[in-house]
Ligand binder design. Structure first.
Ligand SMILES: [Fe+2]
Length: 325
């Protein structure tokens, strides 16, 4: 079957590939489309759950979990120190990026909805730093493979996850620019877990991330219209649909770890604040993300194994390998 998909995708030229991608994104932008995709892409767990620890579980109806530095036995200090160094080494680039995008007009949620093809331009409020030069020196991959974390993620997703991406994200939090500074879902898949490892203390008065539980988020979407494409919601709209207690603010302290299904929880972040936010971000996806027929065009094939110079277990190889392995 996988060879079929592999061969089939080369039949499409570039134009058709992007058409398919847009088609899939349209499905992901409606709540009913998401439910259908979810049922179509359900897979049996590839491995049995590795649940073994005393940490809390990530619940299906909640979709997020905040751990503090003392909750896990991961040695986080080396990562924190080295990423601080990376940020200071890249300060010139970060400043230039923010300055270059500073002139962009603010895009309101209504502007985004008007754009029917869901193209999202660069994020002027968030700088992504390339980690590739640092993989050999900083244990980012070891953090992503941590057994406690993987165990929580696997139990939530119902399968051992694929690690799709590890990023260092710096939000200067200087101005409101639109995009994911408004309530949204991420459209990577119908379910996923993103790990946010907080690398700097953030403003104690402005939440670094606001989240609405998966249960409440799907109620909001049902009420909005299950077939209506959706891109961003304004604060006013969300406030009219929720009680204040439905919106959970997360304030970042250096060393905190947040796990969130940002594909099922409405959320926003990177709003203006007195302090910037720097997070390491690991994206855990399901195998079906790569196999669902609407992605017959292939897609990104991340293979993080090339950065590893120690012996990996079979499960770790699976998690770090790209699709079709
Ligand atoms: Fe997001």
């Amino acid at each position: 079957m996988k060879n079929f998909f592999r061969k089939f995708h080369i039949l499409f030229d570039k134009k058709k590939r992007s058409k398919h991608l847009r088609h899939r994104n349209m499905w992901l932008s409606t709540i009913r489309g998401r439910q259908i995709l979810h049922n179509l892409t359900k897979r049996r767990p590839k491995y049995i759950s590795v649940k073994n620890n005393a940490l809390p579980t990530l619940e299906w109806d909640t979709g997020f979990l905040a751990l503090d530095k003392r909750d896990s036995n991961i040695d986080l200090d080396p990562i924190i120190h080295k990423t601080e160094r990376i940020i200071s080494d890249n300060k010139h680039y970060i400043d230039a990026y923010v300055a270059a995008h500073g002139k962009n007009p603010i895009e309101t949620p209504e502007d985004v909805i008007k754009r029917s093809n869901n193209r999202v331009s660069g994020k002027p409020y968030m700088v992504t730093l390339d980690l590739e030069p640092y993989y050999k020196h900083v244990p980012f991959i070891k953090l992503a493979l941590n057994k406690e974390i993987v165990s929580i993620v696997s139990d939530y997703l119902g399968e051992i996850p694929k690690i799709n991406d590890i990023r260092l994200l710096h939000s200067p939090n200087t101005s409101m620019k639109g995009g994911s500074q408004y309530y949204h879902y991420d459209k990577d898949d119908v379910k996923s877990v993103k790990l946010f490892f907080v690398l700097s203390d953030t403003d104690p008065e402005v939440p670094s991330l606001r989240l609405i539980s998966t249960k409440k988020s799907s109620e909001i979407m049902e009420d909005y219209g299950p077939w209506k494409p959706f891109f961003r919601f304004s604060d006013e709209y969300i406030e009219s649909q929720t009680e204040p207690s439905d919106i959970v603010p997360l304030y970042g302290k250096k060393g905190d770890i947040w796990l969130a299904d940002v594909c099922r929880c409405l959320h926003y972040g990177s709003r203006p604040a007195r302090l910037p936010r720097t997070v390491l971000w690991v994206m855990y996806l399901t195998e079906s993300r790569y196999k669902f027929p609407m992605r017959i065009h292939g897609g990104k094939k991340p293979d993080l194994r090339k950065h590893v110079d120690w012996k990996l277990s079979e499960v770790e190889k699976y998690m770090l390998s790209g699709p079709y392995i």
